[in-house]
Design a binder for this molecule. Structure first.
Ligand code: SF4
Length: 330
């Protein structure tokens, strides 16, 4: 795909996310890392990794995508959102790019192979703002049969989502709220675009899991939780996993308390009552089990990011042969 196009006013339009920043020469977009250099829009963070770790894939969190495997996880600096509670604000809200080190896409894929990682995760900051780099890594990784995972705020452009087909294998999207005003004022982007994009990730064959960080007084009302659950059920289906995650004070959101267990459990109970098959409570050491939707056998048991027991046979329930939703080792 083209990552930018000429706009009618002599500027260049960035096609990486749904802001579609219209940039004049030398101007940088909202994310702070894509710049009109005169001839093109240059992704300034290409090759410049700010954080690099090997994580269990459960930490992304992805619970239905190659469970127990390792994922080489990386991010750059910059973000197109400005969430006040960002737990990675040190890199996401940083605009200074350390160019002292360059890591080629080939080298990242090779490291993942040498470290026996089943996937590479583009995470820590918003990956769509460095999609040109992520895509090149993902294509190199395919040569080793290594998958690619996005951890995203879901504000990709429609062009990027279309291009992700066959390149990015799985995505965890933060659905941060169901309040348009809250998105605009406190987070970034807009709710409707994120909701549309969730549908499009599925249509493009990308395995989707959703995370909602429950922030006290901001998105924890019963009404709002019900709206989120109803959207997942009606537009994405009951087999899309929903991770309910606990907030702790961070960055500019320091005055709010931690999320109570009661609040997480309320969200969990609403989702289960509506019939979502895979609902998980994260960040608090709660035992998260995947239960067979057909015969109720316990299939996978986890605590934090650790898989405690794994009871699947070729991706299916050993008791009733129900095929679990997601991607599993055969
Ligand atoms: S990635 Fe998004 S925020 Fe950044 S320049 Fe492109 S359109 Fe703007």
């Amino acid at each position: 795909m083209d990552y930018f196009k000429e706009s009618s006013n002599g500027k260049l339009t960035c096609l990486l996310c749904s802001y579609y920043c219209d940039l004049k020469e030398d101007q940088v977009g909202i994310c702070g890392v894509n710049k009109n250099t005169g001839e093109k829009i240059d992704c300034l963070v290409y090759g410049h990794i700010s954080a690099f770790n090997i994580d269990p894939v459960e930490k992304k969190p992805l619970y239905h995508f190659l469970p127990t495997s390792k994922s080489l996880s990386l991010g750059t600096v910059g973000c197109n959102f400005h969430c006040k509670f960002c737990q990675n604000h040190g890199i996401s809200q940083e605009k200074r790019i350390d160019k002292s080190k360059y890591t080629s896409a080939k080298d990242v894929a090779k490291i993942a192979y040498e470290k026996k990682c089943a996937s590479i995760s583009y995470t820590y900051n918003e990956p769509t703002i460095f999609y040109p780099y992520a895509k090149d890594i993902a294509l190199e990784a395919k040569k080793y049969n290594i998958k690619s995972v996005y951890v995203s705020n879901g504000f990709e452009s429609k062009e990027v989502i279309h291009d992700m087909r066959g390149v990015i294998d799985a995505i965890n999207v933060d659905l941060k709220s169901f309040d348009e005003k809250y998105y605009k004022k406190d987070l970034g982007g807009n709710l409707n675009q994120v909701l549309n994009n969730l549908v499009h990730f599925l249509r493009n064959g990308i395995w989707l899991e959703i995370t909602t960080l429950i922030v006290p007084t901001k998105n924890d009302s019963e009404l709002e939780l019900r709206k989120i659950v109803k959207f997942i059920k009606e537009y994405l289906g009951v087999n899309v996993p929903w991770h309910i995650s606990a907030f702790h004070p961070d960055y500019k959101e320091l005055s709010l308390p931690r999320t109570s267990f009661e609040s997480l459990k309320l969200a969990y109970d609403i989702a289960k009552a509506e019939g979502l098959n895979y609902v998980y409570i994260g960040n608090i050491g709660y035992e998260n089990n995947t239960i067979c939707p057909k015969c109720q056998t316990k299939l996978i048991s986890r605590e934090y990011f650790k898989v405690k027991s794994y009871n699947l046979k070729s991706g299916a329930c050993p008791n009733c042969d129900y095929n679990l939703h997601g991607m599993f080792y055969k």
